[in-house]
Design a protein. Sequence first.
Length: 147
Amino acid sequence: MQHKILNKSAGQRTFAVVLETGEEAMDCLASLAKEQRISAAQMTGIGAFSEVVLKYFDWEKKEYLNNAVHEQVEVASLMGDVALGPSGEPSIHVHLVVGKRDGVALAGHLGSGVVRPTLEVIITQSPAHLRKRRDPQSGLALIRLED
């Protein structure tokens, strides 16, 4: 993974992040967030995966279901955020849409993804911190805007 700060102003930083073939996307993004102490950010990206696990939250079961895709897919849309999780560590939350060879689109939370040949992500860090708290109804760690 390579990254570069494109802009730094008034507590806001913008990073260009480039992942290469074989790298696991969520591991790389989490590692960067921790290394750069990113606690509040938005991200967008494009690229491709040789395999990906999309997750779908089943409301009744209160758990994520895995939908593994074991073929080359294009990342048509990737968006997400970084906030501090209940543990105080950066928490990465990514949604994406991938397209298969025949044009069929699949979507969900990014569980994991093996990059091939590239994943290009722009991360814009905010000077304010966001914190996730455990939601008693869903059991999920959700961003809460309390002071």
